[in-house]
Design a binder for this molecule. Structure first.
Ligand SMILES: [Zn+2]
Length: 660
């Protein structure tokens, strides 16, 4: 979605950074500015200031600073678009969406309205539950019995849903309001009538401690409920609603944002009681999944706040199984700059009982000594394998394949192939070859020669992890055909693929995080648009490479090439005009703004050369990764190409070393 720069400006003029920050941080007047405790580094006395005149926040302790949009991105983990939408909604401004039809816009507005209404219904219920807790000594003594203070109960907004079928009738004027059902608070049996001839309706949460589940904005989106004694089920959650999705939300994330930054890692536990108990015991950086296995969405969400995640599991069989699912969810996101660890507590303990028995220090030590993802991956590959026998090692080789394939390309993945091979009693090459043969013997069913390759047909480990949509490999069609047993033109599949590949190598989609996350390609856009004459100094191969980068970068370079082709080299001001109203406008302007801050053309061109060189390296690495995956998929040619590209990479590395 393209949001014009003018709109962003108007939005920033309209919102007050004091209100935006004030939603998350308690601010007090301190001279012309407002002061509060910094949410980014955690502190006892305030060094975080918000300037109403400059519309800026700044922390004198850690240096964090920015405007209202930046604050929402940094602190609430929103994307740029989410932050803009959030602020637009608050100010009542309409985001100009060029591509949206009036109907789409209307629908989106209705959906937002519905969500706001549901949030406020749930907020009302949360307040009522808190009041009811005060009047329920049995519930209070249960919480005290679990070692919780009133302060922690207040932080998490814990409440109590009383006994009785229709307690909420005392909270909401109209108990038959469909919103109560839609928000998941009330259960309705549409085809059953009660004694009064009315449809049967009753409260979902009855005689339970309720834990409000909040989104990162702090809005209540659902509840978890725990029985006080023996009842069943022990834990009950709100159903999926327009505002609540278990596969995406994490309990406690709203409360844990600052503690996660302070501790430097997020601790993922199994339940809301763990989160609250851990906060009580000094580990406020804990969150929990909501009665579901950990999903890649969960992991992705956490990585917006930290680069280090520790999963904590009870030491029983269920804990082991949950850990294995978390491993699967985390593997595709385990890039080289991130740390993922697994903490297994002794069988008789959960985090709460462990800390009470052994102390906080012992728990902190256990977190430090948690099993790194690489170790756990190797363990999972070797699970139930008798490694002293050839059969056991062979089994490990087969179990290791999907795990290893799911990792994003990088140093970790490359090292692990060696370690896994060693465990299997093979060389790395043997193992890759074995996987390749195994795949050849039992070709996995692939979809037909459709240009739109579905995620299950993407090479293992190379799915599109960033978006929710399927990965697209339109230019890989030739390859897909060769691996389709009944594909067209499969008489000499390898040769066709070979030919097409040479003509049209697979796109470097999988530069993945490193590039689409910003950095090099962003920089290249900024530098090239600010110094458009430099475009002609790049080779045709470079032009092709840039135009093929994943979105959003590739299409911008393609646009630039078309512009320069048509009008010749142009200064940035002219390109800026040409960009107006284009889908790339906001993104490109942001990159150029960064590139030209304190610009020195000579230095910029030198930097461009460096950036281009690194991009070429990235592309080679991505290609090698893609080919390795293809090799596993049973393509001998890909295997040969992999070796060739690998040689190039080695030569490059050597040349780089020598030049330094
Ligand atoms: Zn700070």
């Amino acid at each position: 979605m393209a949001i014009p720069q003018t709109f962003i400006q108007e939005l920033l003029n309209r919102v007050d950074v004091v209100d935006v920050v004030g939603r998350y941080v308690q601010l007090k007047k301190g001279g012309v500015n407002l002061m509060g405790l910094c949410p980014f580094h955690g502190e006892k006395s305030p060094s975080f200031s918000v300037s109403p005149t400059k519309q800026f926040y700044h922390c004198f302790g850690c240096g964090a600073n920015g405007n209202a949009i930046g604050f929402l991105m940094e602190h609430a983990g929103m994307s740029f678009i989410e932050a803009v939408k959030d602020l637009a909604q608050q100010t009542g401004l309409q985001i100009p969406e060029d591509d949206a039809s009036p109907q789409d816009r209307e629908r989106a507005a209705q959906q937002r309205q519905k969500q706001t209404t549901l949030n406020s219904v749930l907020d009302n219920a949360a307040h009522a539950y808190i009041q009811q807790l005060k009047a329920a000594p049995r519930a209070v003594s249960y919480l005290k019995g679990r070692g919780l203070t009133g302060r922690i109960a207040k932080t998490f907004g814990l409440g109590y849903a009383p006994e009785g079928w229709r307690s909420l009738a005392g909270v909401f004027a109209d108990y038959t309001d469909p919103l109560l059902v839609e928000s998941g608070l009330v259960i309705e049996h549409a085809d059953e009538k009660g004694a009064d001839g009315e449809t049967k309706r009753y409260d979902r949460f009855r005689d339970r401690i309720v834990f409000p589940i909040r989104n990162v904005k702090g809005e209540c989106i659902g509840f978890g409920g725990r029985v006080l004694d023996k009842g069943e089920p022990k834990y009950l959650n709100s159903p999926e609603t327009p505002v609540f999705s278990k596969g995406r939300e994490l309990y406690g994330l709203f409360e844990a944002r600052t503690p996660i930054r302070v501790a430097g890692y997020a601790l993922v536990t199994e339940g809301y009681m763990d989160v609250v108990a851990l906060a009580q015991l000094g580990f406020a950086n804990a969150v929990a999944t909501l009665g579901t296995a950990c999903t890649p969405d969960h992991v992705q969400k956490l990585f917006r706040f930290t680069d280090a995640v520790v999963f904590s599991f009870d030491g029983d069989g269920a804990g082991r199984r949950a850990a294995r699912k978390a491993l699967d969810a985390a593997l595709p996101l385990a890039t080289d700059t991130r740390s993922v660890k697994f903490l297994f507590l002794p069988a008789e303990h959960d985090p709460d009982s462990f800390i009470r028995a052994n102390g906080s220090e012992a728990f902190a030590q256990a977190v430090k000594a948690a099993v790194p993802l690489s170790r756990f991956l190797i363990d999972a590959a070797a699970a139930d394998c008798e490694l002293s026998s050839a059969e056991g090692r062979a089994r490990m080789a087969s179990q290791a394949r999907p795990l290893w394939s799911a990792l994003p390309d990088g140093a970790l993945k490359r090292q692990l192939i060696g370690e896994l091979a060693e465990g299997c009693g093979l060389t790395s090459n043997d193992l890759l070859q074995l996987w390749q043969h195994a795949a050849g013997a039992a070709p996995r069913s692939r979809r037909g020669a459709s240009a739109d390759v579905q995620p299950d047909a993407a090479p293992p480990g190379y799915e599109n992890h960033r978006g929710n949509g399927p990965a697209h490999y339109p230019e890989d069609e030739a390859f897909v055909q060769t691996t389709t047993p009944s594909g067209q033109g499969s008489a000499k599949p390898t040769r066709k693929w070979q030919k097409d590949w040479r003509k049209n190598p697979p796109p470097p989609r999988m530069l993945g995080q490193r590039l689409t996350g910003g950095s090099r390609a962003d920089r290249a856009i900024g530098l090239l648009l600010a110094n458009a004459e430099a475009w002609d100094r790049l080779s045709a191969d470079d032009h092709t490479m840039l135009a093929r980068l994943p979105e959003p970068h590739g299409p911008v370079f393609a646009w630039l090439e078309a512009q320069l082709h048509e009008h010749g080299p142009q200064p940035w001001a002219a390109l800026r005009e040409a960009l107006r109203e284009s889908e790339h406008e906001t993104f490109v302007c942001a990159q150029v703004e960064q590139a030209t801050a304190g610009a020195n053309p000579k230095l910029e061109l030198a930097e461009l050369a460096d950036v281009m060189d690194r991009l070429r390296g990235d592309v080679l690495e991505a290609l090698a990764g893609l080919l390795a995956a293809r090799a596993q998929g049973g393509d001998a040619f890909a295997y040969e190409e992999f070796k060739r590209v690998n040689e190039q990479i080695k030569a490059r590395t050597k040349a780089l070393k020598n030049s330094r």
